[in-house]
Design a protein around this ligand. Structure first.
Ligand code: ATP
Length: 357
């Protein structure tokens, strides 16, 4: 268990700043997910922490000690990569015990530790199996056990579940999260999957273009995105172009709404989650927290009813707005609105973020 600090890390590849002035403090025992689109620099940042890349500038501190120049094998970190990088010619037990044997642990200690780790990752009976005889999910657990064998000071994972199917991935995300909590090991995980990050992280670091765009708890990032980029990348968002007209009023295609902390003037982008919106028949009044008369008028152009949720696409004077609701709350507990229905989209101020365009 360790506390990690990154100070203004920079890593360039030719003209590309893969990691550009990244500073971050990770308290002991925290689970941090590095999240961002392909090429945003998350893998490079993880490799800098691991010691597999050398920064051009900046420093890394572990428990207050500068480890910037320390070679990877002397950092004492556990790593799991997308490829898992297991030894195919060894058994499960030999894979897990590898780092222990290099460190000169006795055979009895190795056996005891392997048994303990296999119980931890819920593969108690597979010590003697060859790797080729394992499923993808089992191999992934072996890779985790191997990385944890030496009680790592930091646990680093790079898209470890991306090769697994969706259901197994979800189950393993939960398992890994519970395991990490139990062990209290400070963990950094790279992913481009926002749901994965939201499932596991204490804090998410959203990256783009080598830079940190926002750091926060999953819910902070979801509810209070710091930029249009973050709002768009995390979850589904309606991004509506409008103009600020003073006193919180924003003119949008189809109507005007009021958001108290909106800029006084200029072009703005309003971000609002589909589940924050409420649809009412066009002839009904505003009831959802907006000022009287607030809301957008539009016409339903598409309804996607998947049973669990109903997604209604509304054309508001040429701008597409998507509202999502659970079936019973759609259209006053009745059936979803039909295509062609005239509706009013109620936009509660509390669900809105407004950015200068
Ligand atoms: P992905 O999700 O696709 O793996 P990423 O967010 O992990 O992407 P990185 O692999 O860190 O991104 O790459 C960041 C940038 O640095 C990209 O523009 C990439 O092309 C570049 N890059 C990474 N490694 C190297 C390298 N060894 N040589 C040259 N350029 C590199």
């Amino acid at each position: 268990m360790s506390q990690l600090e990154l100070r203004s890390l920079v890593k360039r590849f030719g003209a590309t700043a893969a990691v550009d002035e990244v500073s971050l403090s990770v308290p002991e025992g925290e689970f941090v997910c590095l999240l961002g689109p392909s090429g945003c620099g998350k893998t490079t940042l993880l490799r800098l922490v691991a010691g597999l890349e050398e920064p051009d500038s900046g420093s890394l501190l572990l428990d207050g000690t500068d480890i910037t120049g320390l070679p990877a094998h002397r950092r004492g970190f556990g790593m799991v990569f997308q490829s898992l990088a297991l030894f195919p010619h060894m058994t499960v037990a030999q894979n897990i015990a590898y780092a222990l044997s290099i460190r000169g642990a006795s055979k009895a200690d190795q056996r005891r530790r392997v048994e303990e780790l296999l119980r931890l990752v819920q593969l108690p009976d597979l010590a003697g199996r060859q790797l080729g005889q394992l499923s993808g999910g089992q191999r992934q657990r072996v890779a985790i056990a191997r990385a944890l064998a030496v009680d790592p000071r930091l646990f680093l994972l790079d898209e470890p579940m991306s090769a697994l199917d969706a259901k197994l991935r979800e189950a393993l995300q939960l398992e890994l999260r519970l395991l990490q909590r139990r062990l209290g090991v400070t963990t950094l995980l790279v992913t481009h999957d926002q749901l994965e990050a939201m499932t596991m992280a204490d804090r998410i670091v959203v990256m783009d273009g080598g830079r940190v765009q926002q750091v926060g708890s999953p819910l902070e990032i979801y509810r209070r995105p710091a930029s249009v980029f973050v709002a768009d990348f995390i979850g589904a968002s309606n991004l509506l172009e409008g103009r600020a007209r003073g006193e919180g009023r924003i003119e949008l295609p189809g109507g005007t709404i009021t958001v108290p902390d909106a800029p006084a003037s200029g072009a703005v982008t309003l971000c609002v989650r589909p589940e924050s919106l409420r649809l009412v028949a066009a002839d009904k009044g505003a009831e959802n927290g907006g000022a009287a008369g607030d809301g957008l008028s539009g016409e339903v152009v598409f309804v996607r009813d998947v049973g669990q949720t109903v997604e209604t696409h509304v054309d508001c004077a040429g701008q597409r707005v998507i509202a999502v609701a659970v079936p019973d709350s759609v259209s006053d507990g009745g059936a979803p609105f039909a295509q062609g229905a005239a509706v009013r989209v109620e936009v509660p101020a509390a669900g809105c973020r407004v950015f200068p365009a």
